[in-house]
Structure formats: structure tokens, C-alpha cells
Write a protein that binds this ligand. Structure first.
Ligand SMILES: Cc1cc2nc3c(=O)[nH]c(=O)nc-3n(C[C@H](O)[C@H](O)[C@H](O)COP(=O)(O)OP(=O)(O)OC[C@H]3O[C@@H](n4cnc5c(N)ncnc54)[C@H](O)[C@@H]3O)c2cc1C
Length: 664
């Protein structure tokens, strides 16, 4: 994590100032016991002793990795000369998880190479619970120069080239549903990946507005005499009922597939082919006139939709001019599924065909954008697909065929197998909240796990572990931090502090010394910092501690007497139970100032959250002091996982611990 030398040194100094010491790699800040004049023990600060931390056996992976093709050199891949604290090493489970340069990602602006992303786009992802397609803003982007082995796969439905640690969104034979799997872990197994979603909600825009514009017209008579120029303007046109919006969307599809602009007199669009009835119906809904005629050059039917300048301008801008540049407006692609189905049907009817024997539907187009958009529509409708670049015919435009597959998942390692390949070049990925992205390679798309990693030159090696964790926590992807756990013995803490600490349920475990089993002999108290420097408050505290200890003793004696006298609620068959019955009753008079030691375990994600909440300026001062000491021990044990924290000093001389990467 990003850390300043200054903050690292200050943490080390404070650890030592507070009496911190590290024995065999386990840091501790002890707290001495004091006694009142009559001998009641008490403590003035929390004692924090780390009693357990992770031990990570990276070398243990080698035996498994040797089972792969030696060419892949996996043992070398995991071997890293820079040692890390075991807790960091454990969390840094993932390596390089990226796609090669040929892979494209589907954004709200269409298919793009990772290197072409402007970082303003949304990307298509899949909700892992519902399986529905949805757009999300990426949380982080990764790019890396890579020279090493990749896993490659080619079948008629799927193509990928991935770094070995890339996360697949896959279903293996031994898993009940889809989940994230490292490619190297499942590279030898047969598994399924998703090539389309389980559906798409979509939305109908409340209105589609075609902006008005100004234009000028040169005036002349039939002899060509110039009468000057006339300025005109076209007012904006708004379609705001669903029938009109649906009709406009369909006209866009007819135009993109089979249309051209008609400029000049009777301006509008011409739709080729035998679609007169449908196009006339659409025109009617849009309050436009349409007429059909037969092209005298080739005898083909055509339907002309008249509308004036706005219509040619709208279609030119929104749907492109020339067959290679045809596309659909973004709002059309985001319509609900049943509308998208109708749009796909029109695309097949106009620019496509249905294979007689198999019933497979195809779209044939010279527009690579339109092919990609139709592929997006199929994904949203729950169909796999493939865009094939057809063999170029001399003197003709390049054509693309999009084939609709009936299935939305495809097998890996059944028939075709994954192969190891050497690759040198750039690799890319990005991170989304869902952890999944829709990518394609060689025209074959699939939903893939995304990257949780930070990449830049050499970032995944251990000497860059700090930067890696910085990216992880700044993106809020702290789940890998849950692998490392630390346990502490906490003492010198009052019952009121432990009551606050145990509110942290997620990723934490607590075992507290029970006052039912512990006798008055080990009773100790905790003096709050506010009393320590004030002679009167300190005296009152000591008196209270003495009194509570004495009252506890007296009450225990009285209860014992009654127990021996046969009081039914206090009697028990066994000696331990008898003592417990006395102590559990006597403890009721103990104050919140009573010491309540505990063994506390937390994973790094939970520990970070607790430090952020409890070492904050707004936290109560006793728990803040405890959180500070826990932090100082953790920072000593693992300067990387806790390296992004800053110490602050409050006017009263107490400390805060803060980070900009809150709640990773
Ligand atoms: C300054 C301060 C003042 C406070 N004052 C009060 C008070 O007046 N009264 C009071 O009752 N408490 C108070 N608390 C305690 C506070 O409300 C929380 O209970 C405590 O801080 C535990 O934190 P957490 O809820 O983040 O849970 P943690 O157990 O630390 O969990 C971490 C995170 O995991 C997630 N999580 C955990 N459990 C669940 C779950 N069951 N469902 C969904 N998500 C979950 C949440 O995102 C949570 O933030 C105070 C705490 C602080 C720091």
C-alpha cells in the first residue's frame, strides 16, 4: 500500500514509546499492573499481545504446478525472490490475470479493445445472482507488459488467451453452479463458460427527441437565375409515446439493414426489399408518408419514407451513412428484451437468412459495428453468437456473418483443449463490481471473470506487493484480505470496551474470560485515562476499585454461607458448579471498570474495518487506545497490509489511525 516513510517511522517510534517489543516475530505491547494502597490490582492501558499469525507455504504449490507441461515453467512462475510477510503473501494469492491484446470488451459504446478504452464507458457485465446482463462503470483498469505463458483455447464458440491466474466465470463438473475459478486450477478439467446472459431488463426511453436545426437553401428558377439564399429552420420533433418510439426503433433497424438516404427533393429514407407493408405501417405511426416503387435498374421493390430534412439528418447522424458505417442508436440497443427480440427478427428478415436444415439464424452485413451490436442484442436475449469475417471477394466490400447459437454456454476441454502458449506483449483487464465482464476474441464472446489485480509494469511481483494491495483496497476489493487472520490476547481492557469490541461480528472471533468461572482472586480493574492525571479522580477510582473488590468478596462470602445453608438456587452437585453459582451472582455488582480480558481473532479485512471505526477521532478514548495498539502490532507484523494507515495526534495527546482506503 502507499505509505510515506514518515508515517512508517512514526508508527515504529510510537510502538517503541508504548513499550512494544517483538519476540520471535510476534509483536506485543504489554501493560503493567498497579495496585491501590490496599492492594487491589488495576491497569491503566490495554495490553495487546499477538499470539497467532499466518504461516504461508508458497513452495507447496510447486508439486501441483509441476503436473503441468514443463514448457509452462509454473514452478518458476510462482518463485519470487522477494520475501513478503506471510500474511501479505497469503493474501497475494492471485498473480497476473489479464487478456491478450486481441481481446475486446463490450461497452455502452460498442466493442472496444482494452487499449482503446477512454475510461468513460460503462461495460457489460452479468449479475452473478440473477444471471442478467447489466452495465457497470469499471472500478479499476489494468495494463501490463507481459512475457510468459498464457492459456489459449479455440473452438467454434469460444476463443481466449489468458494469463494463468485469470479468473474464469465457470462451472466445473464438481461444482453445483457457476463461480470464479483460476484458469490454472481448472485448466485440466472440463468446464462450462457462459456465452450469453439469462436476460436483460432494458428500458423504454420516456421520449426520443430529434433536435431542430437551421439550414439555408439557394433559390433559383428553371433558367438558373440566382434569387439568393433562403434561411430556414426545422423545429425539434419529440416522440413520447411507446408506439411511436417502437416504430422509430424499427425504422432505424430497417434503415441500418436495408436503407439509404434520399436527399434533395422529397427528402427521406429509402428501404430496399419487399418490406412495404411493415415500413408503411411504421411510417403511419410516425405520421410520415411512404410510397412504394420498383427500381427500374434491377426490378427490386423499394419503399420511400418522406419526412423532409429532419429524417435524412436523423438517420445519417444516428444510424450512419453507407452500408459499412451502419449502426443502431444506443437507446435502441437498450430497449427491453421483447422489443430486442422484434429487432433481431427484423435484422434476420432484412439482412439475414435462416439456414434451412438447422434453422440457425444469421445476419450478414458489411458493417462490423452493426454485427457487434446485433451480437450485444443476442447476448441480452440469452443467445450465444459468433461474428465471422467472411473471405473478402475482390472488388466487393468486406462482409461479416453473425450466427445465433441456441445455447448460452459452451464447454472447454471437451473436444478442443486448452493449450499453453508463450506470449510477449501487453495484457489488459479491468475490475467491475460484479466481478464479471463480457469479452470476445475472434468474434466469439463470453462472460469472463474480471481482474482483481493491479497491473502496471512488474506490479505483480512481490517487490510491488504494496502497490498491488493499494489498488485492491482503493477499489474496495478486500475479499482476498480475508485469508489472513491474526489472534491477540487483550488485557487491561474494561468490560465497557469489550462490549463495544464484540459488536464487530463479521470476520471476528472472541473468547472472553468468564466472570462465572473466575474468582475474586483474579479480579482487576481498569483506570480510564481521564482519571489518571487528576489526583482527585484517581483517588476516587482507587477507592471505587477497593470498594468493588471488597463488596465482591463480602457478597461471595455471604452467598457461600447461604449455599452451605442449603439455599436452593445456590446449591449444586459438583464443586465447580457450586463455585460458579456463587461467582455468577456476586459479579452482578462489579462495575464497567472491571477488567475483561479476551482472546480476539480477526481477518485482515475485519481488522482494518475495526481500526478505521475504533481508532477514529470520534471513537471512545479507551477503545481508541486499544485499536491504536492493535494497529501498531499489526503494522509491525505486516507493514504492507497495514501500510496505508496514517497516525494523527489529537490536542489531548491521544492518537488516531486513518486511511484513505476505508472499508476495503
Ligand atoms: C463512534 C461509534 C459510535 C457508536 N455508537 C453506537 C451506539 O450509540 N449504539 C449502538 O448500538 N452501537 C454503536 N456503535 C456500534 C456500531 O453501531 C456497530 O455496531 C459497530 O461499530 C460494529 O460495526 P459494523 O456494523 O460495521 O459491523 P462489523 O461486524 O464490524 O462488520 C463489518 C461490515 O460487514 C458488514 N456486515 C456485518 N454484519 C452484517 C450483517 N449481518 N448483514 C449485512 N452486512 C453485515 C457491514 O458492512 C459491516 O459494516 C458505535 C460505533 C462507533 C464506532
Amino acid at each position: 500500500m502507499e505509505t510515506t516513510r514518515q508515517s512508517a517511522e512514526r508508527a515504529k517510534e510510537l510502538f517503541e514509546e508504548l513499550g512494544g517489543a517483538t519476540t520471535d516475530g510476534f509483536p506485543a505491547i504489554h501493560s503493567p499492573a498497579h495496585r491501590t494502597r490496599t492492594g487491589t490490582p488495576y491497569l491503566r492501558a490495554p495490553g495487546v499481545v499477538m499470539i497467532s499469525k499466518p504461516q504461508t507455504n508458497v513452495a507447496g504449490l510447486a508439486g501441483f504446478l509441476e503436473g503441468f507441461d514443463p514448457e509452462l515453467n509454473f514452478p518458476g512462475y510462482v518463485d519470487d525472490p522477494t520475501p513478503l510477510p506471510d500474511s501479505s503473501q497469503l493474501c497475494k494469492t492471485a498473480g497476473q490475470t489479464c487478456f491478450d491484446e486481441e481481446t475486446e470488451i463490450l461497452t455502452d459504446e460498442g466493442w472496444k479493445r482494452f487499449s482503446d478504452l477512454s475510461r468513460d464507458e460503462l461495460v457489460l457485465t452479468m449479475n452473478p445472482e440473477s444471471g442478467r446482463a447489466e452495465f457497470q462503470k469499471p472500478l479499476a483498469y489494468q495494463a501490463l507488459d507481459y512475457d510468459g505463458f498464457m492459456f489459449g483455447f479455440e473452438s467454434s464458440s469460444l476463443s481466449f488467451l489468458l494469463t494463468p491466474d485469470h479468473r474464469q466465470w465457470a462451472k466445473t463438473r464438481d461444482s453445483t453452479g457457476y463461480g470464479f475459478h483460476r484458469t490454472w486450477k481448472i485448466a485440466n478439467k472440463t468446464f462450462l463458460v457462459r456465452t450469453a446472459s439469462d436476460g436483460w431488463q432494458g428500458m423504454i426511453p420516456s421520449l426520443v427527441e430529434i433536435p431542430g436545426f437551421d439550414f439555408s437553401q439557394r433559390m433559383s428558377n428553371h433558367t438558373g437565375a440566382d434569387y439568393g439564399t433562403r434561411a430556414s429552420s426545422v423545429p425539434p420533433i419529440t416522440f413520447n409515446n411507446q408506439e411511436e418510439i417502437r416504430a422509430l426503433a424499427l425504422l432505424c433497424v430497417y434503415y441500418a439493414a436495408e436503407g439509404s438516404l434520399h436527399k434533395g427533393e422529397g427528402e427521406g429514407v429509402v428501404i430496399y426489399g419487399d418490406h412495404a407493408d411493415e415500413v408503411k405501417r411504421i411510417a403511419e405511426v410516425l405520421h410520415l408518408t411512404a410510397h412504394t416503387y420498383v427500381d427500374r435498374r434491377n426490378g427490386c421493390p423499394r419503399t420511400m419514407v418522406h419526412g423532409g430534412k429532419w429524417i435524412s439528418r436523423f438517420f445519417e447522424e444516428e444510424c450512419g451513412k453507407g452500408s459499412r458505417n451502419k449502426r443502431l442508436p444506443a437507446w435502441v440497443l437498450n430497449l427491453p428484451s421483447d422489443w430486442l427480440q422484434e429487432i433481431w427478427d427484423v435484422l434476420v428478415k432484412t439482412d439475414g437468412h435462416v439456414q434451412k436444415r438447422s434453422g440457425t439464424e444469421y445476419l450478414n452485413t458489411t458493417s462490423t459495428t452493426l454485427a457487434g451490436q446485433a451480437q450485444e442484442i443476442l447476448c441480452k436475449l440469452g443467445y450465444g453468437s459468433r461474428v465471422r469475417t467472411n473471405k473478402k471477394v475482390e472488388g466487393r466490400l468486406q462482409t461479416y456473418s453473425l450466427c445465433r447459437k441456441t445455447r448460452k454456454q459452451t464447454y472447454v476441454n471437451r473436444g478442443h483443449r486448452i493449450e499453453g502458449k508463450r506470449y510477449a506483449g501487453s495484457v489488459y483487464c479491468l475490475t467491475t463490481e460484479n466481478g464479471i465482464i463480457f469479452v470476445r476474441r475472434d468474434g466469439k464472446p463470453h462472460f469472463s471473470g474480471n481482474c482483481y489485480m493491479s497491473f502496471g509494469p512488474r506490479r505483480t511481483t512481490n517487490d510491488n506487493a504494496a502497490a498491488y494491495f493499494e489498488r485492491l483496497t482503493s477499489a474496495g476489493h478486500g475479499s482476498v484480505l480475508e485469508h489472513s487472520n491474526f489472534s491477540f490476547l487483550l488485557y487491561g481492557i474494561s468490560r465497557s470496551v469489550t462490549h463495544e469490541l464484540v459488536r464487530h461480528r463479521a470476520g471476528a472471533a472472541f473468547s472472553q474470560i468468564s466472570q462465572r468461572y473466575v474468582s475474586g482472586a483474579v479480579l482487576r480493574f481498569v483506570e480510564r485515562p481521564e482519571y489518571q492525571e487528576d489526583p482527585d479522580l484517581h483517588r476516587l477510582f482507587e477507592e471505587r476499585a477497593d470498594r468493588a473488590a471488597a463488596e465482591y468478596e463480602a457478597m461471595a462470602d455471604q452467598l457461600l454461607e447461604r449455599q452451605e445453608g442449603g439455599a436452593s438456587m445456590l446449591t449444586a452437585d459438583y464443586k465447580t458448579d457450586a463455585r460458579k453459582k456463587v461467582q455468577q451472582t456476586a459479579r452482578s455488582l462489579l462495575p464497567n471498570e472491571t477488567e475483561a480480558p479476551m482472546v480476539f481473532t480477526g481477518n485482515v479485512r475485519a481488522l482494518r474495518h475495526i481500526i478505521e471505526m475504533r481508532a477514529d477521532a470520534h471513537a471512545e478514548s479507551e477503545i481508541r487506545n486499544l485499536a491504536l495498539r492493535i494497529f501498531l502490532c499489526l503494522r509491525t507484523a505486516d507493514p504492507i497490509l497495514f501500510g496505508d494507515y496514517e497516525l494523527g495526534e489529537l490536542p489531548d495527546g491521544t492518537y488516531t489511525v486513518t486511511t484513505k482506503n476505508r472499508k476495503a
